[in-house]
Design a binder for this molecule. Structure first.
Ligand code: PGA
Length: 250
């Protein structure tokens, strides 16, 4: 079963997030194969979206989590708090957080530990800037990002884990890598985890996925799913994306 993660970023208010979640549930009713859908609203909308999703098959993800368990961290939100309001997963190390909030690989690793300890499925984002891509150094760059996670001694081999390969230059730009480039990076990511004894890794692609190009990505055996930003914030295009994934799953 392929995976679709809808990352709503800071695009939607609470009411809009609730309406979109309701729309998704309505849209899923007629589907024969319901793919693994995760929706990631902003923190203020988590509680209300969780109420809408209830016990449906759609899983709610938070867009970030603190690397600290608890304490005097003004404005941070802990894994325990996220779990408490009904999230089942969390996006970690999105490039927008690495760039705008200065998150390092070490921060990402700490967040990963918190997510795991609270049984939130981690969706870890990796991906290179355009300079690295142009220099054909993507694999080394992504390896270094993964090593921060793989170095964690307490990482459970049985844990469900998603890695989203999101080239920074492809995010929100309308430009995407070729399927050959995506395939090469996905294979390298998977090999890295298999070497470490972790078989349960799903590798997603993210960056300018839309209803027009999703098929090419999701139809590939090396792509376990997609992480979508912009095109997931409107019900019509989100449902188009879900339909394509569902058709492939049939
Ligand atoms: P995009 O965002 O689909 O708008 O390019 C993807 C992401 O940042 O997760």
């Amino acid at each position: 079963m392929k995976i679709l993660v809808a990352n709503w970023k800071m695009e939607l208010g609470v009411r809009e997030s609730v309406a979109l979640a309701r729309g998704v549930l309505r849209g899923l009713r007629g589907l024969k194969e319901v793919p693994h859908v995760y929706v990631a609203p902003s923190h203020p909308a988590l509680t209300d979206v969780a109420k809408v999703l209830g016990r449906s098959r759609v899983v709610m993800a938070a867009q970030d989590v603190s690397g600290e368990p608890q304490g005097a961290y003004t404005g941070f939100v802990s894994a325990k708090q996220i779990k408490e309001v009904g999230a089942g997963a969390v996006i970690i190390g999105h490039s927008e957080r690495r760039i705008f909030a200065g998150e390092t690989d070490a921060d990402v690793a700490r967040k990963f530990v918190q997510a795991s300890e609270h049984h939130l499925d981690p969706i870890v984002c990796v991906g290179e800037p355009s300079t690295v891509h142009e220099a054909s150094e993507t694999l080394g760059y992504v390896h270094d990002q993964l090593d921060a996670i793989l170095a964690l001694s307490d990482i459970s081999k049985r844990q469900r884990l998603m890695i989203a390969y999101e080239p920074i230059w492809a995010i929100g730009s309308g430009v995407t890598p070729t399927i050959h480039e995506v395939r090469a990076v996905h294979r390298a990511i998977r090999e890295r985890f298999v070497e470490a004894g972790m078989e349960r890794v799903s590798v997603l692609y993210g960056g300018s996925v839309n209803p027009g190009n999703i098929y090419e990505f999701v139809n590939d055996d090396d792509v376990d799913g997609v992480l979508v930003g912009g095109a997931s914030t409107r019900l019509s295009s989100l449902m188009e994306l879900i339909h394509v994934v569902s058709e492939i799953d049939r």
